[in-house]
Design a protein. Sequence first.
Length: 153
Amino acid sequence: MKFTATQLVTKISVSDMLLSKSFYERMLGFKLDERYTINSGGDYQKDSYMQLNAPSSNGGAFTLGLYKDIDKPFDAMPQTGTVPSFIVDDVHATLHHFLQQKIAVIAAGNGSGDNQYIIKNESDEGYVDLFFFFCDPDNNSLVIRQNLPKLPA
């Protein structure tokens, strides 16, 4: 048998289902898929779940599973672990939008201005990506990334 999948759902730990749902809908354009909602206790207690989908500009879909398995937000953004990344066409415009919306953006870059947030990577093949880290209301780490064309040799 060859493994095949039709969808990838990334589970996100949350402490407040309704606050997280609002954040992902309002800030990142996700929409609730009511077919997969589990409202434990009638008021989204522990083990509640919501599945959210966001369309992709190239026809695919992103799916997040918000799961209430923590009682309070993480103390700080985790330094390691799984980090969902959203590929965008303009990392700088997205950064400015997030800062205007008061989303927690992490100053992990080595410069000033936008570069205090944006990090640049170059692959072994000469492709470049720019990215920055941001947090949801529970301090889950997320990434915005822009893939740039290959650098000239």
